[in-house]
Write a protein that binds this ligand. Structure first.
Ligand code: MN
Length: 692
C-alpha cells in the first residue's frame, strides 16, 4: 500500500500521445521543441488529421474552448473593483497546452498571451515538476519581466489542469493592478532607476494549493502594495477565471475523450502556425522592410528627481528590420538598438515578443484562430545589452511601455507597405499613438485613506490612419484593442480628481491625406485630499511615431499643471475657470486662472510632486499618425475638421494648405486662396498623387 502510494506520487505528469506512457514534463517539452526544429511543424504535424477527417468536430471543439475563454474573462472581471480591470477590461484569459503554448484565448489585453506562455515555459525549464512540484489545485503567480512579463504591474496567475493524473494544460489569467508597492504610488512610476525601485516582484512562485491561495502569500502580498482591497479582488478575479477555464476544458475532455482533446490541442497550435504563414504569403510581398523610432528619456530635467548617475537626458533608439521570406517566414531584428539605461523604460525579450504578437493579432491574423502557432512562424533578434534585452535582472521595467508602442510603429508600417503593394489598402495602418499621458500618483484620498491611482484613460488614444480612411478618434490602444476610456463618474469615485472638462483635442492627429485619430484631454481638479502626489509620464520633446507615405506623426506630448490656484474663490463667485487646454497657442487655461505656478513644459515626464486641493492637472492623451501627404487631403474634409474643432484654422492653412474662415460656427473654404496656396506650396513633381 505504502509502496504503491510512493510510486503514484512520483508518477510523471507529462505524456506521450502515441505510446501512452507517462514522461516528465520537461522531457515532453523538449521532444516537442526538437520536432519543431527538425520539421518546422508543431510536434512534427505535417497534416492535421483530426481537422481533415472531421472538420466540424474540430471547429466545434475550437469554438467551445474559445467561447469558454471569453466567458471566463467577461464573468470574472465583474469580481474586480479596480476600474482598470472592471471598466477598461485590462485582463485576459488563456488556455495553454502542457508545454505552455497558447491554444485559445479571450479578448482583452492579449499582449499577455505570450508573456504567460514564457512564464509557464520558465517553470518547465526550471523543472518545477520536481521542485516545488506541479499538482492538481496548485496556483502559480508571476510578474517578473525576466521570466515572462512586460512590466511588474501585470500579475499573472496560472493553474495546471489535470485529468486522471496527467497534465492536460494550463489556465492562465492576467490583470493589470493599480499599485505595485514601488517607490512612488501608481502601477508604473517614473524616477525608478533599478529593479529595487520597481516594487513587489514575484518570480514564478507557487502561491496556492488545493485551488486556494496560501495564507503566507495572502499576508505577504496584501502588505506589499498600497491598494490591498483592489489587489485582493484582482487575485480573486484571476483565480475565478482560471477555475472557469478548467471547467470548460474538463467538460470538453469528458464529452470528446481525452485522446481527441490531446490531438486537438496540437493541431490547433499547428493550425495557428499554418494560418499565420498563409496570411503572410497572401497579404505581403517578400523582402526586407526597414524602419526606425525614437523616444525621449528626459531624466536630466529639473522636475525629475533621480540619483546623480541617472540624472541625464537621453533618447531610446529602435531601428528595426522585418524580413519576409518566400516561404512565409517572418523575422524581425532590433540590431542597432541602443543600450539599456538607469530608467524605468527598459524591456525584456518576453515583453518584446508579447508585444509584437499582440500587434500581429490585430493586423495580419485578426481572427479568432489566434494562438502561439504564430509564434512558431516568427524569428526574433533582440541583442543582449540593449533596452530591448538588458541581459541583467537589475534593470528597471516599471514603464516598459514608454517606448514599446512607438518602437513597434515601424513594424505596423512594414506590414502596411506590404498590404499596400498587394492592394489591401484598407489594412494599412500608420501605427498607433504613444499611449500616454499616464496620470498616476497617490497619497491620502478623499476618503481619508492611503491610496494610489492610475488612470487608464490612456486606453483610448487616436489610432493610425489607413490608406482609405482617417484613424479612429480616441479609439484604442495597441496593447488592448478592446479597451475604452472609462466613465468619468467611475474615475471620480476612485480618484480624488473631479473632471473640469473632457474633450477631443484639436491638432493632435498626425496630418495626412487621411489623418490619424484625434487624441483627447481631461482636466482634473485636485479635491478632498491631504498629502497628494502626482507625476506625468509620456513622450514629450519629440515625436515618437512617424506617419506613412508622407503622412505626419501625431502631435508631441507636453505637461500642464497649476499649483496653488484661486479656483476656490472662482467657484464661490461663479467666475470663469479653465475646462481644458484645447489650443495651447491660445492660452485659455492661463486666462481663466491665477496660480502661484503654472507648469507648462514640453517634457512629457516628471517625477512625483505634491499637489494641493484646487490644483489642476491636464491629462492629455495622444493622437495617431497619418497616411499620405496632407496637401492631398480633400479641402472639404479639412473644412469639416475645422467645423468639428478637430483642426484649428491656422493649422488648416499651415498643415493642409486650406484657407478657411469660420462664420457663426460654419467653416467656409476660400477656394481661390486655397488653390493659390496649393500651387505655391506644391512643386510640379509633387502634384502627381501618391495615393490614387
Ligand atoms: Mn500592463
Amino acid at each position: 500500500m505504502t509502496t504503491n502510494l510512493l510510486v503514484e506520487m512520483k508518477a510523471s505528469i507529462g505524456w506521450d500521445l502515441h505510446t501512452g506512457e507517462r514522461i516528465p514534463l520537461r522531457v515532453m517539452y523538449e521532444r516537442g521543441q526538437q520536432l519543431v526544429r527538425e520539421t518546422g511543424h508543431y510536434w512534427g504535424l505535417e497534416r492535421l488529421s483530426l481537422k481533415e477527417s472531421d472538420p466540424i468536430r474540430y471547429e466545434k471543439i475550437f469554438a467551445r474552448l474559445r467561447a469558454g475563454m471569453v466567458n471566463a474573462r467577461e464573468t470574472a472581471k465583474r469580481i474586480a473593483a479596480s476600474p482598470i480591470v472592471e471598466q477598461e477590461g485590462e485582463l485576459c484569459s488563456v488556455f495553454y497546452s502542457p508545454e505552455g503554448d497558447s491554444v485559445a484565448l479571450s479578448t482583452g489585453i492579449i499582449v499577455h498571451v505570450h508573456t504567460m506562455s514564457e512564464f509557464i515555459k520558465f517553470m518547465i525549464q526550471q523543472d518545477y515538476e520536481t521542485d516545488p512540484g506541479i499538482q492538481e489545485g496548485d496556483l502559480f503567480t508571476n510578474n517578473d519581466c525576466h521570466v515572462g512579463n512586460v512590466h511588474p504591474c501585470d500579475i499573472a496567475t496560472v493553474l495546471p489542469v489535470f485529468y486522471e493524473g496527467e497534465l492536460l494544460g494550463w489556465a492562465g489569467t492576467v490583470t493589470h493592478v493599480i499599485d505595485m508597492g514601488a517607490v512612488a504610488p501608481g502601477s508604473m512610476p517614473t524616477g525608478i532607476v533599478e529593479r529595487y525601485g520597481d516594487g513587489y516582484y514575484i518570480t514564478a512562485r507557487k502561491t496556492g494549493q488545493n485551488f486556494r491561495p496560501n495564507k503566507d502569500w495572502l499576508l505577504e502580498s496584501q502588505r506589499s502594495v498600497r491598494t490591498p482591497s483592489f489587489w485582493s479582488l484582482d487575485e480573486k478575479t484571476r483565480i475565478t477565471a482560471n477555475m472557469m477555464i478548467r471547467n470548460t476544458v474538463l467538460k470538453l475532455i469528458e464529452e470528446e475523450g481525452v485522446d481527441i482533446f490531446k490531438q486537438f490541442m496540437r493541431e490547433a497550435v499547428e493550425d495557428g502556425r499554418q494560418g499565420f504563414v498563409n496570411a503572410i504569403k497572401s497579404m505581403l510581398v517578400p523582402g526586407t522592410y526597414r524602419g526606425v523610432a525614437f523616444v525621449d528619456v528626459p531624466y536630466g530635467e529639473e522636475r525629475v528627481t533621480v540619483p546623480d548617475f541617472a540624472h541625464k537626458n537621453s533618447m531610446m533608439h529602435a531601428p528595426s528590420e522585418v524580413t519576409i521570406s518566400n516561404d512565409g517566414q517572418f523575422s524581425v531584428t532590433f540590431d542597432g538598438a541602443n543600450e539599456w539605461g538607469w530608467h524605468s523604460f527598459n524591456c525584456t525579450p518576453a515583453g518584446m515578443q508579447g508585444g509584437i504578437w499582440v500587434l500581429l493579432t490585430q493586423t495580419i491574423m485578426a481572427n479568432e484562430k489566434v494562438n502561439d502557432g504564430a509564434y512558431y512562424a516568427c524569428q526574433f533578434d533582440f541583442p543582449v545589452g540593449t533596452w530591448a534585452n538588458t541581459g541583467t535582472v537589475q534593470s528597471a521595467h516599471a514603464y516598459s511601455w514608454h517606448f514599446l508602442v512607438s518602437a513597434w510603429a515601424p513594424l505596423w508600417q512594414a506590414l502596411s507597405r506590404g498590404y499596400y503593394a498587394r492592394g489591401y489598402w484598407e489594412e494599412v495602418n500608420a501605427g498607433n499613438a504613444n499611449t500616454s499621458n499616464w496620470l498616476q500618483g497617490g497619497g491620502i484620498d478623499q476618503y481619508g485613506k492611503l491610496h494610489a491611482v492610475n488612470s487608464f484613460e490612456s486606453a483610448a488614444e487616436g489610432t493610425g490612419a489607413s490608406a482609405v480612411r482617417d484613424g479612429t478618434d480616441h479609439g484604442a490602444a495597441v496593447w488592448n484593442p478592446e479597451a475604452d476610456q472609462g466613465d468619468m463618474e467611475i474615475w471620480e469615485v476612485t480618484e480624488p480628481l473631479p473632471f473640469l472638462g473632457r474633450r477631443a483635442k484639436p491638432n493632435t492627429a498626425g496630418g495626412g491625406k487621411y489623418r490619424g485619430g484625434l487624441g483627447y484631454e481631461s482636466l482634473r481638479l485636485v479635491w478632498g485630499t491631504q498629502d497628494w502626489v502626482m507625476y506625468f509620464m509620456g513622450n514629450g520633446f519629440m515625436h515618437s511615431d512617424s506617419g506613412l507615405f508622407g503622412g505626419y506623426p501625431g502631435a508631441t506630448g507636453y505637461s500642464l499643471a497649476a499649483h496653488d490656484t484661486d479656483l476656490a474663490e472662482r467657484f464661490a463667485h461663479q467666475k470663469a475657470y479653465p475646462t481644458g487646454d484645447p489650443d495651447p497657442d491660445r492660452r485659455d487655461f492661463e486666462e481663466n486662472l491665477h496660480a502661484r505656478e503654472i507648469f507648462r513644459s514640453p517634457t512629457g515626464t516628471t517625477t512625483q510632486e505634491t499637489y494641493h486641493n484646487y490644483d489642476l492637472y491636464l491629462n492629455y492623451l495622444r493622437g495617431g499618425p497619418g497616411v499620405g501627404d496632407p496637401l492631398e487631403r480633400d479641402p472639404e474634409r479639412v473644412r469639416q475638421d475645422v467645423e468639428d474643432e478637430s483642426v484649428t484654422v491656422p493649422y488648416a492653412q499651415s498643415l493642409y494648405g486650406v484657407v478657411v474662415t469660420v462664420v457663426e460656427g460654419r467653416a467656409i473654404v476660400d477656394v481661390e486662396a486655397t488653390t493659390l496656396l496649393h500651387d505655391t506650396c506644391l512643386p510640379f513633381f509633387c502634384k502627381a498623387s501618391v495615393l490614387g
